[in-house]
Design a binder for this molecule. Structure first.
Ligand code: HAM
Length: 418
């Protein structure tokens, strides 16, 4: 029969890959905890409106990338393409708006029907942090500092550049949008098809078009920074000053607009050139209008998410855990006592492997391969004498020890070592 393969754009996390992902999540969680963020999770699917309303019908994610389906009851559901809308929905439905600010961290799978390539999957994983409540620029800076700290703790910050921009408030953006559209109208025929469509739907997205012709046109387009009202400029100035004070280096990228429609004021991305085309490892911004699109009150908020697969490609491979002890039964009669001793060792917190088949030679080979510290061998003589032949695999040293002192002897050798 034909072998069934994984679905295109998905990947199994075999132990080495899973260890990398765990390392990313644990490092991020520990950094987030130092900023007072608490871990949470939302369901993997939501009512389709949770994403279609805040992310914007014209965004690529909603218009072409969601996995949406009707369940057996005829309800339209969507596998989450990102976590921010879900977290906000959870805050609103859980009544947490009464206790602001909320600092929330999450990690988990996301789903987007994109063209798979290195660093771009259809099921991928994100870590994310959302700070809900504060409206000042210091909140944006705190979120960016947390992002930078996670990257630093993972050892990848030095290969990333922080791109920072402001999209201003609604008033500033409306004024800019008008000026941008009137400039781009003059080049309409020369714009790529995608950008021609965006001209009426979401002209700001044309700024980060990858099309070479669009790029040339955009080069001389008016800049958003010229249209910022006083309060938007002040907000951005605070973010920049706080980042400078925290020693975070950044560059102003006036063309950074991000792919989701819910942003206002700050937008940022940490970008590396070590991953090819998919170089954005962590991105986010402020999204003060999102809660309202879900039927809630106006709730200032800022956050980011990072692609775990992309970070996992950049970090050094973590060590896979190896057992401390291997229990080798040298003959069938010793199987049960070995099995029992293995359980006793595990109860004492000592990680223990017991090969369940194979001859002595094979079992000792396995001990070498696993890199265990001790092999505990029981054959006919040991059965009779109620002992164990304990071999230190580092120096080959062997001793006969009573079965009922095995745990104590191994535990004290291991604690000496650590
Ligand atoms: P995003 O820029 O769409 O933002 O995704 C954040 C990160 O997830 C990207 O920078 C990238 O590292 C990773 N990522 C996105 N799509 C894929 C994919 N198909 N395969 C692998 N990795 C991917 C958001 O999702 C927002 N929710 C961020 C945010 C949080 N804004 C405010 N709060």
């Amino acid at each position: 029969m034909e072998l069934i393969q994984p679905v295109r754009g998905t990947a199994d996390l075999l132990p080495e890959a899973k260890a990398r992902q765990n390392q990313v999540i644990e490092t991020a969680l520990s950094a987030a905890a130092r900023y007072g963020f608490q871990d949470m999770a939302t369901p993997i699917f939501e009512f389709t409106d949770v994403f279609s309303r805040p992310l914007g019908a014209s965004s690529d994610v909603v218009s072409k990338e969601t996995y949406s389906f009707e369940d057996r009851g005829g309800t339209s559901l969507t596998l989450r393409p990102e976590g921010t809308a879900s977290v906000m929905r959870a805050i609103l439905s859980g009544g947490l708006t009464q206790t602001l600010p909320q600092r929330l961290f999450y990690a988990g799978p996301m789903f987007r029907y994109e063209r798979p390539q290195k660093g771009r999957m259809r099921q991928f994983h994100q870590i994310g942090a959302e700070l809900i409540g504060p409206m000042g620029g210091l909140a944006d800076a705190e979120i960016i500092c947390l992002g930078a700290r996670i990257l630093r703790d993972l050892g990848v910050l030095d290969s990333c550049v922080l791109h920072l921009n402001t999209l201003g408030d609604d008033e500033s953006r409306a004024a800019y949008r008008e000026a941008l559209v009137s400039y781009l109208e003059g080049f309409k025929a020369d714009l790529s098809q995608d950008s021609q469509r965006r001209l009426s739907e979401n002209p700001l997205r044309i700024l980060d078009s990858k099309d070479a012709g669009d790029k040339q046109i955009v080069e001389n387009a008016p800049r958003l920074s010229e249209f910022l009202n006083e309060s938007s400029q002040a907000h951005f100035d605070t973010v920049c000053a706080a980042l400078d004070a925290a020693g975070i280096s950044w560059i102003h990228d006036p063309l950074l607009v991000r792919g989701l429609d819910y942003y206002s004021h700050t937008a940022f991305e940490f970008i590396t050139d070590s991953l090819g085309a998919q170089g954005t490892v962590l991105g986010g911004g402020r999204y003060d209008g999102l809660a309202e699109t879900l039927g809630g009150p106006r709730l200032p908020a800022v956050g980011f998410a990072a692609g775990i697969e992309r970070l996992a490609l950049l970090i050094e491979a973590p060590q896979l855990p190896t057992p401390d002890v291997i229990l080798v039964s040298a003959e069938p009669d010793a199987d049960i006592i070995c099995f029992q001793l293995a359980e006793t060792l595990r109860s004492a917190g000592i990680s223990t492997d017991m090969p369940l088949s194979g001859n002595m030679g094979k079992k000792l080979k396995r001990a070498n391969k696993l890199g265990v510290r001790f092999a505990a061998i029981i054959g006919g003589d040991e059965l009779q004498a109620k002992t164990v032949q304990l071999r230190d695999m580092r120096d080959g040293d062997q001793q006969q020890v009573p079965q009922d002192s095995l745990v104590t002897i191994i535990a004290s050798s291991l604690s000496e070592m650590s």
